[in-house]
Ligand binder design. Structure first.
Ligand SMILES: [Zn+2]
Ligand SMILES: [Zn+2]
Length: 256
């Protein structure tokens, strides 16, 4: 049975990318693990390659990881740090000579259709992104032979989808999840979950809340993503987290 390979494309947030003039330890750090692009991941299994989210750093992430083919993009929710890179699917359209499949709940697809209206016109300008929208209703679905299950959570008032495939679960931009949805991640060997910072936030788990969830799920390894510079340095965070829980970093790879 072929292994699932996971790559963390980005583990940061728009409030956490190094900013010229920010004097905090993280923005001043020379540790490459403190340089976080916007949160996204790549799943590869048996010849199928799928991205979770396509934020403003999508192009840079695809180039860095040398992704030559992409079978689809799973969108977690309609915030620009997760959708602003969708225009760049045109490079894959050109290489693969077919539309890019985007998977999301209906409200997200509606927003994408509005945002990228020029791609959905009847007689589009030549070279616009060629996008095929696939609506998810919460049930499991397949991309080739990769089976995926959406996991619903709340991002303040906005519903978001996390995704599970095999023994890997990924949830970002959430600050609340019902027990039934949470339990869909149970038994995963690896779980990636968002925590923006230590202080309370209106739409993201805090570090403590994310650690509590990981300690409830008890995966072999749990990872924190969507990390703001307010969290402090990667090396300090790594030391203080409980056994089996780690900060994710850009370029991190897992196999299960
Ligand atoms: Zn968001
Ligand atoms: Zn976000």
């Amino acid at each position: 049975m072929a292994l699932l390979e996971i790559t963390i494309l980005g583990s940061g947030t728009s409030q956490g990318i190094p900013v010229v003039g920010c004097t905090c330890d993280v923005c001043q750090s020379n540790d490459t693990n403190d340089k976080r692009l916007r949160t996204a991941a790549l799943l590869q299994h048996n010849g199928t390659t799928v991205a979770i989210d396509a934020g403003p750093d999508f192009r840079q992430q695809m180039l860095r990881e040398k992704v030559g083919r992409l079978d689809g993009i799973l969108v977690t929710h309609n915030h620009k740090d997760h959708t602003a890179g969708i225009d760049d699917v045109r490079a894959f359209n050109w290489i693969q000579q077919k539309p890019m499949n985007i998977f999301a709940r209906r409200s997200v697809l509606t927003a994408i259709r509005e945002e990228y209206f020029y791609a959905f016109e009847e007689n589009p300008y030549p070279g616009v992104p060629d996008i095929n929208l696939n609506e998810l209703d919460g049930s499991s679905f397949r991309i080739n032979d990769m089976e995926l299950t959406p996991i619903e959570a709340m991002h303040h008032r906005m519903p978001v989808y996390g995704y599970r495939t095999g023994n890997f679960s990924y949830l970002t931009d959430a600050n609340f999840i019902e027990t039934g949805e949470l339990n869909k991640m149970k038994g995963s060997r690896f779980v990636v979950i968002n925590a923006l910072r230590r202080e309370k936030h209106i739409s993201h788990f805090t570090l403590e809340e994310a650690v509590d969830i990981l300690q409830y799920l008890r995966p072999e390894k749990g990872f924190i993503t969507h990390i703001s510079h307010q969290m402090g340095k990667h090396s300090d965070l790594e030391k203080e987290l409980p056994d089996g829980i780690f900060p994710a970093f850009d370029g991190m790879k897992l196999q299960c």
